[in-house]
Design a protein around this ligand. Sequence first.
Ligand code: ATP
Ligand code: MG
Length: 184
Amino acid sequence: MNELSLHILDICQNSIKANADLIEIIITEDTINNIYKIDIIDNGSGMDKKTLSEVADPFFTTRATRNVGLGISLFKMAAEMTDGSLEITSTINEGTKVSTIFQYNHIDRAPLGDIEDTLTILILNENMIDIYYKHIYNNKIYIFDTKEIRKILDGIPFTNYDVIMWIKNNIKEGIINIHKEESI
Ligand SMILES: Nc1ncnc2c1ncn2[C@@H]1O[C@H](COP(=O)(O)OP(=O)(O)OP(=O)(O)O)[C@@H](O)[C@H]1O
Ligand SMILES: [Mg+2]
């Protein structure tokens, strides 16, 4: 996986499996301190201490179909390739936080990729989870919040084609805008 958005999708799928109904994704780009940080926080079932201690091990999974869990290990590897790190904290019945730090300008730091596609896939999930996406680029912030959008849509479903297209464009443009250099 050489796009961070694909890792994010994978980590969020764990949250969906854990029955979360809210996932917060926070991306912090701090070019001054050379940090690219991704936090994924859910309010799902959480993990007990034993599971938590085993989770970053590529041979651990609670899946029954195969006995190798890869999602978290791959994300951890991607971070470590840039001299970064991954940390998980989790509380049973409260939720889980996966926090990953990359070195911003490291040659092996993957690009974000199509985050608007990842977010749309999550929004269209049958469980109707809420997504709160916050993207910070130095002092500029873009926020996408399904709770707010739901209010504006006033009953029009997220599955509506025009709604999907609007959402994708809004995210894409929002992220482009926070990366624009201020013109004097
Ligand atoms: N957000 C979460 N909430 C609760 N449990 C989690 C969460 N994320 C991971 N886990 C636990 O950690 C295990 C390992 O997760 P990981 O994503 O690495 O592998 P997997 O989901 O089992 O398999 P894969 O991601 O390869 O499909 C999961 O099986 C699950 O038990
Ligand atoms: Mg997984």
